[in-house]
Design a protein around this ligand. Structure first.
Ligand SMILES: NC(=O)c1ccc[n+]([C@@H]2O[C@H](COP(=O)([O-])OP(=O)(O)OC[C@H]3O[C@@H](n4cnc5c(N)ncnc54)[C@H](OP(=O)(O)O)[C@@H]3O)[C@@H](O)[C@H]2O)c1
Length: 189
């Protein structure tokens, strides 16, 4: 991956040490300061180790994103020290709306320019679309994780396929995208 998102300086990633870990590494590789949230410090340590020597850096935040007071405090603290967030990538276990509302409120306290909220949702979104949207200047983008069909056999996405799809949405800015496919629905693994 080259550097097509040079305009972004600061990103927040929720779900940073699971399937999105290599997305964090790529953002750091592009000189971005990545605020990385996960509950387990060991996972965040691994992410920091992997990002050593790259252009940007990881700011680890070991917390449960459902603890909205802590989440809000940490985002405020990060922005006070580092500056306003440009991109937020959110892979959140339900309930997602209170978490997203908290993030949006904190980002809007620090910036009035457009920013990207890239929301990653599972394939069930095809049946029950997530309808919450933030107020401007947040730009909401939804990335739905689908599945792949190869030689007639279906499988779930690999982490790298997911990361490539999410990265593509950050760069492309499209409101909706699907990684893999959601059709035919009855062929999902
Ligand atoms: N359609 C598809 O193909 C599809 C869809 C969904 C998932 N998947 C696959 O399923 C696998 C597992 O997905 P997964 O959901 O278990 O997630 P994951 O992406 O492997 O990990 C979840 C991430 O979120 C963090 N996290 C979870 N709960 C948190 C909380 N309450 N507060 C803060 N951070 C939290 C975890 O760290 P901590 O545990 O340290 O908090 C971790 O960083 C993925 O690797 C992916 O390949 C595929």
């Amino acid at each position: 991956m080259d550097n097509p998102i040079g305009w972004a300086r600061r990103a927040l990633v929720l779900g940073s040490t699971g399937m999105l870990m290599s997305l964090c590494i790529e953002l750091v590789n592009q000189g971005i300061t990545v605020a990385a949230i996960a509950r387990t410090p060991e996972g965040l340590d691994r992410l920091q180790l992997k990002s050593q020597g790259l252009e940007g850096r990881v700011v680890p935040m070991a917390l449960d994103y459902h603890n909205l007071n802590r989440l809000s405090h940490w985002i405020a603290h990060f922005q006070l020290i580092e500056g306003p967030l440009d991109v937020v990538v959110a892979w959140i276990h339900p309930p997602a709306v209170p978490v997203l509302e908290t993030i949006v409120a904190e980002v809007h306290a620090y910036r009035n320019m457009p920013w990207q909220l890239v929301h990653v949702v599972g394939s069930q979104n095809a049946l029950n679309p997530f309808s919450w949207r933030p107020s401007p200047p947040a730009k909401y983008q939804q990335v739905t994780l689908g599945f792949k069909i190869e030689s007639g056999v279906s499988r779930w996405l690999t982490d790298q396929e997911i990361v490539n799809g999410v990265y593509g949405a950050i760069v492309g800015g499209q409101e909706f995208s699907v990684v893999g496919t959601l059709t035919p629905w009855e062929k999902r693994p």
